[in-house]
Design a protein around this ligand. Structure first.
Ligand SMILES: C[S@@+](CC[C@H](N)C(=O)[O-])C[C@H]1O[C@@H](n2cnc3c(N)ncnc32)[C@H](O)[C@@H]1O
Length: 557
């Protein structure tokens, strides 16, 4: 802690604990993830405190709400916040790095959980990781980015620790079941990467409906259009966002102007869609120079060797946006889910291609002493397939692929994308259904579990227990689990490897072969996890679905 203001000085800053405020948390939520980090930080202190003050009824003194205090940040949480430990209380401060001394304004205490939330005010003394000049003027106010002040190499190191902690805190697996987490794979673009932004604005306070104007909303002024002000529910005005692609940033300026000019046509607040669209054009001699001359201010022309990319920004939810991943073309409803960082997609698909099939007998021998390998994988099931990103980009590796998604619209686009990319019709199918019913409709003659890999890429909340139960009873040779929430991924992988809680079903069928993060979201605390799992040696089935050897390496024994 800094010298300026000590915790045991200046009594007006402190008050005695009154009402106990406790927190609630849902699985995989930011709050739950933060709490796990806080509890770990407190664990060691609590033990030594208990020894020192056994029987002592010490009353903790906490700063007054809105008091400014100086804090020394000891670590970064998985939510991207700095954590400082003072007198047995953890202070959570955004936009801080380990080693920083910062001034923070306390705004909420959770006394039972021994932590407090504080706003970042200023840096008193910079820690060794505070080396970068943020590229965004709104950094430390906007809630979008957390890490612009840290070098990219350190962001990647931190994200590796997020994956490690996720498996330690949420998988419920013994450490011996979790392999060393690989280094985080960085994003080729660290700014200018987001192909989608959704700034928004709120209705005027109180609705402001005007009787003289047919009870229509009247806007006293153009409202702030942007993203959330950190730590509040207020929208802050944001003119530009440097993590957006150039085309999206152009679209943002255009849309802000359009909304400002037409604000009276809105009856409530709205969310604006800014989605990059790419048109790929075969290149002919002199084209770039010509295109650059005729390039409108609403488009970006990119030279890509044998072709040109003409990038624009779509704002209509129902329009179709196009992206290229290597030479695969993916069309998508502009307002529906699609991955937001195009620059890293070829990297992650190549990684999955390199790791999705069975490993070499040597690699298996090195891991568990058995050189036995599973039958060749010929089929893929893509659960939660969206508009077919994984099915299509991995299709050339498999005889048969099937994708499933709950959104009928995404499935229509997945089928169109299969045609656009000339995938063989007989080998690629998509179904619109709940993934929980996926395995009931899988033909095990066409997709023998021993010759099938299942790719899982669910929403942030992860998979349902019902899905995991079915997956375990289907028993594919390999599983590739991709997730934008490594905490729910760790929980689900824990179920796949260790069995579902209170379930008599099979346990020890799978082991984690590899685990690592991909930085889909530079400058933020989010990380995409890729876990590759395989059937344990004793559980490998022959192609006809019978277990070849259920003796060796079966962890249920
Ligand atoms: C993270 S996205 C992944 C999409 C796709 N893999 C991609 O990379 O573009 C999750 C997808 O899960 C779908 N989804 C959500 N709940 C589902 C469920 N219960 N069954 C099947 N699909 C579901 C959503 O419609 C969404 O397309």
């Amino acid at each position: 802690m800094a010298q300026k203001r000590q915790f045991n000085e200046g009594k007006r800053h402190f008050k005695k604990s009154k009402k106990q405020k406790t927190s609630t948390a849902s699985e995989g939520s930011n709050e739950e993830v933060l709490l796990a980090d806080i509890r770990n930080l407190l664990k060691d202190v609590k033990i030594s405190d208990d020894e020192a003050t056994a029987g002592d009824e010490a009353v903790k003194q906490l700063p007054e709400i809105h008091a400014e205090v100086d804090l020394t940040i000891s670590e970064l949480s998985s939510t991207g916040d700095g954590l400082a430990l003072e007198n047995g209380q953890v202070y959570v401060v955004p936009f801080a790095t380990p080693g920083d001394v910062v001034t923070a304004r306390v705004y909420k205490h959770f006394e039972e959980e021994s932590y407090s939330l504080a706003d970042f005010v200023k840096v008193v003394k910079a820690g060794e990781h505070r080396t970068e000049e943020p590229k965004c003027q709104y950094f430390t106010k906007c809630s979008g980015c957390q890490f612009q002040h840290m070098p990219y190499s350190y962001q990647l190191i931190h994200k590796r620790s997020i994956v490690e902690k996720a498996y330690r805190n949420f998988s419920k697996l013994p450490a011996s079941d979790v392999p060393t987490v690989g280094d985080t794979i960085g994003s080729p673009l660290q700014y200018g990467y987001r192909t989608k932004l959704t700034p928004h604005f709120d209705a005027p306070p109180g609705g402001r409906r005007d009787k003289r104007n047919g009870h229509k909303v009247t806007w006293p002024e153009v409202p702030p259009i942007g993203f959330m002000l950190k730590g509040t529910r207020k929208t802050m005005d944001i003119e530009d966002c440097p993590i957006g692609t150039e085309a999206v940033r152009i679209g943002m300026k255009r849309e802000r102007k359009r909304v400002a000019e037409n604000i009276d046509s809105y009856q409530k607040g709205a969310t604006l869609l800014l989605r990059e669209n790419t048109e790929r054009i075969e290149k002919v001699a002199g084209m770039i120079e010509e295109d650059k001359e005729t390039e409108s201010k609403d488009e970006v022309i990119e030279d890509r060797d044998s072709f040109v990319h003409r990038k624009t920004c779509i704002t209509d939810h129902k329009a179709v946006s196009t992206e290229y991943i290597d030479d695969y073309r993916l069309d998508n409803p502009a307002g529906a889910f699609f991955q937001n960082n195009n620059s890293i997609l070829p990297v992650v698909t190549q990684y999955i291609r390199d790791h999705i099939l069975e490993d070499s007998p040597e690699a298996r021998e090195a891991v568990n002493g058995s050189s036995e390998t599973s039958p060749k994988i010929k089929n893929m099931i893509d659960a939660y397939c969206g508009s077919g990103f994984f099915t299509i980009t991995l299709s050339s590796m498999f005889n048969n692929s099937i994708g499933i998604d709950i959104s009928g619209q995404s499935i229509d686009f997945a089928s169109k994308n299969a045609k656009l990319n000339k995938l063989p019709e007989e080998g690629t199918h998509f179904i619109a259904a709940d993934a929980n019913h996926l395995f009931a409709s899988v033909d095990t003659k066409k997709f023998p579990p021993a010759e099938t890999v299942v790719v899982i890429d669910p929403p942030r909340k992860g998979c349902d227990e019902g899905f995991i139960r079915q997956l375990l009873s289907y028993g594919p040779a390999r599983i590739c689990y991709v997730s934008c929430n490594v905490h729910t991924q760790a929980r689900d992988v824990g179920w796949i490897v260790g069995g579902l809680p209170g379930d008599e079903g099979p346990k020890g069928q799978y082991e984690i072969e590899s685990l690592r993060g991909f930085d889909f979201f530079p400058q933020t605390s989010h990380v995409e996890g890729v876990a590759i799992l395989r059937k344990t040696a004793g559980q490998v089935e022959s192609g006809d679905g019978t277990v070849a050897n259920d003796q060796e390496g079966d962890k249920t024994e």
